[in-house]
Design a protein around this ligand. Structure first.
Ligand SMILES: *[C@@H]1O[C@H](CO)[C@@H](O)[C@H](O)[C@H]1NC(C)=O
Ligand SMILES: *[C@@H]1O[C@H](CO)[C@@H](O)[C@H](O)[C@H]1NC(C)=O
Ligand SMILES: *[C@@H]1O[C@H](CO)[C@@H](O)[C@H](O)[C@H]1NC(C)=O
Ligand SMILES: *[C@@H]1O[C@H](CO)[C@@H](O)[C@H](O)[C@H]1NC(C)=O
Length: 399
């Protein structure tokens, strides 16, 4: 009898040891309950706190089910590699006024981090979109973004879905070596300001095998972005894949090393573009940007450099942009355009674009207004290979 009890307790002990080594910190063990009204914020934070103290790799697990998650800030650094695995659906409060900050789930200062699982972050954004007046009210309430990655290094975001964010789905700030793989972003075409992934002041960000359907840019790349690789991304609906907008604020850092390759854009408002504001308060640069092997279907403004980007007339076009754009290529871009103007390369009068190559373009337009057109100003591109529509004749040229 005694022997049996000892064996059983040994088994228990062993099981516990195994569990600790497996390093899973399941939120349901910290008070989380399945159910759309059951808030798991405290449980998630408690599980994170313990996992973060672990000296061996650990994973916080949100199992299958539907949960309410309020505004949460997850802090590193931790003592070992750490992950969050979401298998269930997390729902944000629908009312944007319930948020104090600009993020729903914010992650700060974590090294060797993984966010994965088949689960979904549902921002329940419809109420926020209906109230959004940021287009004409600079003091507008800024709704939270679904996921904010601040100063995250050596990290992977894999398989999870961001649904109906109230604002940008994902914001990447100050990160290094962060990869998005098999990531999904879904929101209605009519949703407001719901950029898929926005990157700024970050180095070594990869986005691969990712599907983005949303109401604004699928990917937008802000100042201080370096070594950004976007491959096998399907975008649409949405506003396309954008560098910028740049040149609106002082102290912007250079953008350098952007590769967009093997992507498809379908029914998007724009294709691949670089946009900068006129009347920049300070000079800036954007260089080494390469857009290659891209298939477009029914895309507006498929190839676009716009240095007169001025939405809602918030600026004056009289003063040219001070952002210097150089070493850019658009190569092997094929498909159909929904706008007559297919290639628009409008650069700054004060800092003309330099070293721009446009090669193997085959984009057809079959809508009203006649054949497809191209427009170039303050730029002398190098044209190589096929050019359909025909290469642009410069409408303005600086010396
Ligand atoms: C980038 O991060 C991944 C994931 O943590 C890691 O495996 C890889 O070694 C890192 N690369 C570098 C150059 O640090
Ligand atoms: C990111 O992409 C670049 C270019 O394809 C590649 O060299 C690099 O290894 C990738 N990094 C990660 C962490 O996947
Ligand atoms: C990328 O696109 C090119 C041209 O369409 C194609 O030859 C190549 O196989 C693609 N590569 C991948 C990894 O999809
Ligand atoms: C542009 O490319 C040229 C030639 O490859 C190189 O010498 C120059 O440093 C590059 N300029 C920038 C700003 O990257």
């Amino acid at each position: 009898m005694e022997f049996i009890i000892t064996a059983v307790s040994l088994l228990f002990l062993f099981a516990n040891v195994v569990e600790v080594h497996a390093g899973n910190f399941d939120v349901t063990k910290y008070g989380a309950k399945d159910g759309a009204n059951a808030d798991i914020s405290q449980a998630l934070m408690s599980a994170w706190k313990e996992a973060c103290q672990s000296t061996s790799p650990s994973t916080v697990v949100v199992p299958k089910g539907t949960y309410l998650l309020n505004e949460v800030i997850i802090e590193g650094p931790c003592r070992a590699p750490i992950g969050i695995r979401v298998e269930g659906t997390l729902k944000a409060p629908a009312d944007p006024s319930q948020f104090k900050g600009d993020g729903w789930l914010t992650l700060n200062h974590i090294d060797q981090f993984t966010l994965d699982g088949a689960g979904t972050f549902d921002g329940q954004g419809a109420t926020a979109w209906a109230r959004n007046d940021c287009g004409n009210n600079p003091q507008c309430h800024k709704s939270p973004m679904n996921l904010r990655f601040n100063f995250i290094t050596n990290a992977v975001v894999r398989d999870v879905t961001s649904l109906d964010s109230k604002n940008f789905h994902v914001n990447v700030l100050g990160c290094k070596n962060l990869s998005f793989q098999h990531f999904t972003v879904t929101a209605a075409e009519t949703s407001i300001n719901t950029d898929g992934i926005h990157i700024g002041r970050s180095d070594g960000i990869n986005i691969t095998d990712t599907n983005i359907k949303t109401g604004d840019d699928c990917v937008s790349i802000g100042d201080g972005s370096r070594n950004i690789n976007i491959q096998r991304v399907n975008c649409g609906p949405g506003h396309g894949i954008s560098v910028g907008s740049l040149g609106r604020y002082p102290n912007e850092e250079p953008v350098v090393g952007i590769t967009v390759r093997n992507c498809t854009l379908t029914n998007t408002m724009n294709g691949v573009r670089v946009k900068t504001w006129p009347a920049s308060p300070a000079p800036g640069t954007a260089s080494e940007m390469h857009f290659e092997d891209i298939i477009m279907t029914n895309v507006g403004n498929p190839i676009l450099i716009d240095q007169e980007y001025c939405p809602y007339n918030q600026c004056t076009l009289k003063v040219p942009s001070l952002v210097k754009i150089s070493n850019v290529s658009f190569k092997n871009i094929r498909g159909t355009s929904s706008s007559q103007l297919v290639v628009k390369l409008v650069c700054s009068k004060s800092t003309p674009c330099q070293n721009v190559e446009v090669g193997d373009i085959d984009l057809t337009y079959s809508g009203p207004g006649g054949p497809a057109t191209t427009l170039c100003s303050n730029i002398k591109p190098t044209f190589t290979g096929k050019q359909n529509p025909p290469a642009c004749v410069n409408s303005a040229q600086s010396s």
